[in-house]
Design a binder for this molecule. Structure first.
Ligand SMILES: [Zn+2]
Ligand SMILES: [Zn+2]
Length: 309
């Protein structure tokens, strides 16, 4: 008998929740790196699959190995591939630890990989791309931890000027009148590893179009374990989800011990059909593939329909 080749690496999870792609890997204790290409950001860098390199910023939720294991590699590979200096936004409480970790590689490699590090206090924000930024908020975990909400800053004509002719608006603007007001729209929220609590009931999380959350425990008897590890249990999810307005709740950080069939069953048992329809599991490749095929077929049918008219 010949020895068997090693098992193949799992492919990246992929969900399209228009207009965002949510892609990456997330397995509790192993690695979490979740990228939203449209927002130029990767949340956490537990491992660094090639696709993650394209994002210039990594927003780091906390320092556990399954969230930072690929960080030094990400910075180094971006440099090596000529993709520019990588940037990290992290909880200010772990800034020193991140610096010390990266400093260790300078000695090992006998060279210095440049990086940018932006420590964030609770509620502080950092730019992503024009008119877009992330805001960090403290969460509750066994290490200092932070979640993020990505926002778009939009401007709108003030109510009193709506309906005025263009020339009039130009004139007002020339005279220095502020004719627009700006407001912030929460787009995508990422919780990192956390206990449930009031920090997950922030108005921006509740209003975000897509919420990416951990859910580490699914078994009935595992409630206590979820509290010790300071993680979410599916029961917490069942309480929380009805309060969210999101079109999609993406679940990650499911442990390898948990069978996907049991995950699907636990969700179906606890969630209303409407809420269940909003939940997607990042690493449920088969279900996500089927949904994507449906989306493709739907888009093709719409194209064919518009071509016919
Ligand atoms: Zn973790
Ligand atoms: Zn953790």
């Amino acid at each position: 008998m010949l020895p068997k080749p090693p098992p193949r690496e799992p492919s990246l999870g992929f969900i399209y929740s228009p207009p965002y792609r949510i892609q990456g890997i997330s397995i509790a204790g192993e690695a979490t790196s979740i990228q939203v290409p449209e927002l130029d950001v990767v949340f956490d860098m537990g491992a660094c699959p090639r696709a993650m390199l394209a994002s210039p910023l990594c927003a780091l939720s906390h320092g556990h190995m399954d969230h930072v294991g690929g960080l030094a590699y990400y910075l180094s590979q971006r440099q090596f591939q000529g993709m520019g200096t990588g940037a990290i936004a992290c909880d200010a409480r772990i800034e020193g630890d991140i610096r010390r970790m990266l400093e260790g590689y300078v000695g090992l490699e006998r060279q210095r990989t440049p990086f940018e590090l932006y420590p964030l206090e609770d509620g502080q924000s950092h730019p992503l791309k024009p008119n877009h930024f992330i805001r960090g908020f403290h969460t509750e975990h066994t290490a200092p931890s932070m979640g993020f909400v990505a926002y778009e800053r939009r401007t709108k004509l003030k109510d009193e000027f709506v309906g005025l002719p263009q020339e009039k608006l130009v004139e007002l603007k020339k005279r220095g009148t502020e004719i627009t007001r700006s407001f912030e729209v929460p787009l995508v929220a990422y919780t990192g590893d956390t206990l449930p609590g009031s920090h997950l009931l922030r108005s921006d999380i509740r209003a975000a179009r897509v919420v990416i959350s951990e859910c580490t425990f699914f078994e009935k008897g595992h409630h206590k374990r979820s509290r010790i590890g300071m993680h979410m249990h599916v029961d917490d999810l069942a309480e929380w989800l009805p309060l969210l307005e999101c079109q999609t709740l993406v679940l990650g950080h499911i442990s390898r011990r948990t069978q996907l069939g049991d995950v699907r069953q636990a969700l179906a048992d606890r969630l209303s059909p409407e809420d269940l329809a909003r939940v997607r599991v990042l690493m449920d490749h088969r279900a996500n593939r089927q949904e994507y095929d449906r989306q493709v077929a739907h888009a093709e049918a719409a194209d064919a329909g518009s071509a016919g008219t």
